[in-house]
Write a protein of this length. Structure first.
Length: 287
C-alpha cells in the first residue's frame, strides 16, 4: 500500500527512525501507526542482536542524588563512538536510566530495562536508539544506594566519562553538602584506592614493600636502612592512595582529613566518609 509523506514524517518524529525505515514499517503494518511503531521496535531489537559482537567502549556515566540526598544512583551506558555518546538522544537515554534507577531504588539492570518510560520499556527505548544510530548500545552497569545516618554527594566530571558518589555520616547542612561535593570531586581527580588504610588490601602493601626493598638493594643502599626506605615509601603510598590522607585538591598543604575535621568542628557535626564510588568508562572503584 502507499503511505503519505506526512505519515512517514509523523512516525519519524515519534520514533527517530530513518525515513525509509518508517515508510517500510507503515507499509508492512498496513498504515497502522501503533503496529508500525512495534515493527520498528522489533527492527531495533534485531539491529541490537546483529551488533552484539561489536565493542562498545565509549559512552556516558552519570551520578544522581535524590533531593534530600538520602538516595543516590550511578549508571554507565556504552556505545561504539564518542560522536554517538555526545548526541542528544544518547544523553537523554542515559539521564532516563539514572533517574529510573533512583526512582525504582535498584541497580539491577534486568529490572530497570523492564520499567516503562512513557509508552515503552527502557529496553525498548535502548533497542530503538540502537536501530536509529546504527551502533551497539549497552546498558553496562548501575548502582543504587540509600542511607539512614548520613547523606550523599555526587560529582559528574565534564564530558561525563567519570563520575563519583560520596556517602558521609552526619547531619546534612550547607557546609556538609559543600564538603561532600568537594570530596566527590577529589575522588574523581585523585583516584584513591580506598577511604583509609583499612581499605587497602594487605597483600597489595606487601607486594609494594617487596618492590621498594628490591629497588633499594638494586641502588646499592646499605642493608641496615633498606627496611626504613621501604617503610617510608609505604607511608607515602598510603598518603597518595587513601582518600582521607590525600592532599586536598582545593587547599594545598592540608589533607582531606584536615578538611573533614575543620568542617566537623565548624558545624558541630562528626562528618566521616562511609563510602565512595568512582565509575570511569571501563573501570570501577568502590569502598
Amino acid at each position: 500500500m502507499d503511505v503519505s509523506v506526512e505519515q512517514v514524517k509523523a512516525l519519524r518524529n515519534k520514533t527517530g527512525a530513518g525515513m525509509m525505515d518508517c515508510k517500510k514499517a507503515l507499509m508492512e503494518s498496513g498504515g497502522d501507526f501503533e503496529k508500525a511503531i512495534e515493527y520498528l521496535r522489533k527492527k531495533g531489537s534485531l539491529v541490537a542482536q546483529k551488533r552484539s559482537d561489536r565493542i562498545a567502549k565509549e559512552g556516558l556515566i552519570l551520578a544522581l542524588t535524590s533531593e534530600d540526598r538520602k538516595q543516590a544512583a550511578i549508571v554507565e551506558v556504552n556505545c561504539e563512538t564518542d560522536f554517538v555518546a555526545r548526541s542528544d538522544e544518547f544523553q537523554g537515554f542515559t539521564k532516563s536510566a539514572v533517574s529510573e534507577a533512583l526512582k525504582e531504588k535498584t541497580g539491577d539492570i534486568s529490572v530497570l530495562e523492564g520499567k516503562l518510560l512513557g509508552d515503552k520499556t527502557l529496553k525498548q527505548a535502548l533497542d530503538e536508539l540502537t536501530g536509529k544510530v546504527g551502533e551497539k548500545i549497552e546498558f553496562k552497569r548501575a548502582l543504587y544506594m540509600c542511607t539512614n545516618d548520613g547523606f550523599f554527594s555526587a560529582y559528574n566530571h565534564v564530558g561525563n566519562k567519570i563520575a563519583s558518589i560520596i556517602e558521609l555520616t552526619g547531619v546534612l547542612s550547607d557546609r556538609g553538602a559543600e564538603l561532600g561535593n568537594n570530596l566527590a570531586m577529589q575522588v574523581v581527580a585523585m583516584t584513591p584506592l580506598a577511604i583509609d588504610r583499612e581499605g587497602i588490601d594487605k597483600e597489595r602493601i606487601e607486594k609494594e614493600k617487596e618492590i621498594y626493598i628490591t629497588q633499594a638493594r638494586n641502588e646499592k643502599k646499605p642493608e641496615n636502612i633498606v627496611e626504613k626506605i621501604a617503610a617510608n615509601k609505604i607511608e607515602k603510598y598510603y598518603q597518595e592512595n587513601c582518600l582521607v590522607e590525600q592532599e586536598f585538591i582545593r587547599e594545598q598543604g592540608k589533607s582531606v582529613n584536615d578538611i573533614i575535621k575543620a568542617v566537623s568542628k565548624e558545624t558541630g557535626n562528626d562528618y566521616k566518609v562511609k563510602k565512595m564510588i568512582r565509575f570511569q568508562l571501563g573501570e570501577t572503584l568502590d569502598s
